[in-house]
Write a protein of this length. Structure first.
Length: 200
């Protein structure tokens, strides 16, 4: 799902493909075939619905094709721009439908996150992580998701969000610090108790 970091030569070759697609939309098929499955995986991770992921992914490529002439190469893979459009489309969908956004979370990602906030989330690791995420705005969840749950390097996060690597690091660090300041083991245990109490 994560994009491949391209060499300078590969980025230059891709730039030529993009310029060809700007001149003739038929050439856009090369980019579509290369990146559709990657974009689909990115969207599916945030929707957990294959049909919805397919629909949003198609919309992403339609918008990319329609706005291709405005695209300016910045020395990063074309997929970074596609992921950025994907993020906007996903946010628009959830805002318009007022549905709760899906966050794909596995044990490794949950443990990596808990390790970084230096908090013992107890036996119900997933419930603890999700409870913390509920307190964060969408843009901060997005950063946590890419860094800890998808294990993306800062360079890739920076490419996708169109910011510098140092800015990406600072943003993540500030979120982690804010969580640490607001969260204590005692607080988490109370939250987990309330979750279990509500379920029982």
């Amino acid at each position: 799902m994560s994009y491949k970091k391209l060499s300078k030569e590969e980025i230059e070759n891709e730039g030529s493909e993009i310029e060809a697609a700007k001149e003739n939309p038929d050439h856009f098929e090369v980019l579509y075939n290369r990146y559709f499955s990657m974009v689909f995986g990115f969207v599916f991770n945030r929707t957990s619905n294959k049909q919805l992921a397919a629909d949003i992914s198609s919309q992403v490529f339609l918008k990319a094709m329609l706005n291709l002439k405005k695209y300016k190469a910045k020395g990063v893979p074309f997929s970074a721009w596609l992921f950025r459009i994907s993020i906007n489309e996903i946010s628009t969908f959830y805002r318009q439908t007022k549905r709760e956004r899906t966050v794909s979370l596995d044990k490794t990602g949950a443990e990596f996150f808990a390790e970084n906030i230096e908090t013992n989330l107890g036996e119900d690791l997933f419930a603890g992580v999700l409870k913390i995420l509920e307190t964060l705005p969408e843009d901060k969840v997005r950063l946590i998701e890419m860094r800890f749950f998808e294990n993306r390097p800062y360079s890739e996060i920076a490419d996708i969000l169109g910011i510098s690597v140092s800015n990406a690091k600072v943003k993540v660090h500030r979120i982690i610090q804010k969580i640490k300041n607001k969260t204590s083991n005692k607080t988490i245990q109370i939250l987990l108790f309330s979750i279990k109490f509500a379920i029982s």
